[in-house]
Design a protein around this ligand. Sequence first.
Ligand code: ASP
Ligand code: MG
Length: 243
Amino acid sequence: MKVYKFGGASVKSAEGVRNLKYIIEDQSELFIIISAMGKTTNALEEVFDAMRKGDIAVCEAKIAEIKAYHYTTIADLFGSAEYRIEEVDALFEALRNAVTTNKFERSRAEEWYDHIVAYGELVSTTIISAFLNKEGISNKWIDMRRAFLTEQRHKDANVNLEATAVRLKREIGDSEVSVFVGQGFIGGAPDGTTTTLGREGSDYSAAIVANVLDAESMSVWKDVDGILNADPKKFPDARKIER
Ligand code: ASP
Ligand code: MG
């Protein structure tokens, strides 16, 4: 098994998703970890803030914006502005219900934060899994809320490696497909609530998958021209390494 991780910048548009397909297309035995598309996590943090303030109209408007952004990408990937993905609609409906029908309790703020921001990764992986299937790359969507057992701690949870190894192998099962698509950044607590691993946590997710599945390698794909030999903010003469 190999593990590939794609961050939000790499999948921010249909062009990025097509590039992901191009990168993985002749791989098998592959576990792909994907972040939320573009700046979706930031946008979902704004939904959370509005919920905290009890501003339901703002919540709804922001969710509609996030949904429209994803549907722009879907329209491009699936070739029609009318194309609908049932699971994506269901996720946005669940998110809308969660923030509009629940009364916010301060004591559960971090639990709510995790519940809301997790939708970014749930939606991105649902879209990309559906697109890859359409393109003939059979894959299984893995729900990392079930695969990763974290500690009972929100916003910044650590993953229990032993329990996760058992769960993740169970989720993969004796699946006929050999390509798996899972969300970075999210997991599940012992009480069943959604947890997150801290902002920018998707690299950590990929490392855990590689560790517990004893993968031969873990690669983080970046949308950059190359790697510099030093931090250019500290070393203005940093040079790009060509190979
Ligand atoms: N989507 C999350 C974030 O923006 C996790 C990640 O991208 O690594 O922080
Ligand atoms: Mg990132």
